[in-house]
Design a protein around this ligand. Structure first.
Ligand SMILES: [Fe+2]
Length: 217
């Protein structure tokens, strides 16, 4: 049994034993062959994701060492602590992103709570999609996150700069789209809009609906 696990939104990449607190990289090879995504692009992306897992674990270990040495107040510790959220979010956002994709995609069940909530908050699914794509087309590197804020009972399409800027405190990530250039340039060059269309066809809406249903209200 793992310790210190994080099972938010169906993610379970926690440690395997009580002796190891390290995060384990998840395997998303089932996505190879997804229409609109070359295997070269996906394999490169999986490698990048693995780097975030490695660096998250490395930072945790190095921060713990400095704490043991009583050096938690020094500038090296402070800079590594600042860096930690960037690496962690890079790891987790990739897990959520690959986790809401499927070969062939999966449509949103019209009877699902998520479908009803999208219609309630965005007028229609098409209006939501138009806004989600527009946020994805914003200049810069980052992510689009469809967040659900349970405190305000609202779905919000959100721009995340890099991996760590703009997250909504207390909100739950429902659908994630990577718009870093590495997510599409191998296949689409600068045509980000074409990548966004391909991503939308590969969305696993069943996974997104499950995340929405799992949010504590
Ligand atoms: Fe990425």
């Amino acid at each position: 049994m793992g310790v210190g696990c994080n099972r938010l939104a169906g993610i379970d990449n926690c440690c395997e034993t009580e002796d190891s607190m390290a995060y384990q990289a998840m395997n998303f090879e089932k996505l190879l062959g997804t229409e609109g995504f070359s295997n070269q692009l996906l394999n490169n992306h999986f490698t990048l994701y693995n780097g975030y897992v490695t660096n998250t674990n490395k930072l945790m270990d190095e921060l713990a060492d400095l704490e043991k040495q009583g050096k938690a107040g020094n500038p090296q510790y402070a800079e590594m602590k600042r860096r930690f959220g960037w690496e962690f979010d890079g790891m987790r956002l990739h897990e959520l992103y690959f986790g809401n994709m499927a070969k062939g995609g999966a449509s949103l069940d019209p009877k699902s709570r998520l479908c009803a909530k999208i219609a309630e908050d965005f007028m229609s699914f098409d209006d939501w999609a138009k806004q989600f794509k527009a946020v994805g087309a914003m200049r810069g590197i980052g992510w689009v996150v469809l967040y659900f804020d349970p405190a305000g009972n609202k779905l919000i399409n959100t721009w995340i700069g890099e991996h760590d800027t703009g997250h909504l405190a207390g909100a739950a990530p429902i659908l994630i789209m990577d718009v870093f250039e590495h997510a599409f340039m191998v296949d689409y060059g600068l045509k980000r809009a074409d990548y966004i269309e391909a991503f939308c066809k590969a969305i696993d809406w069943a996974a997104a609906a499950k995340r929405f249903d799992a949010v504590p209200r």
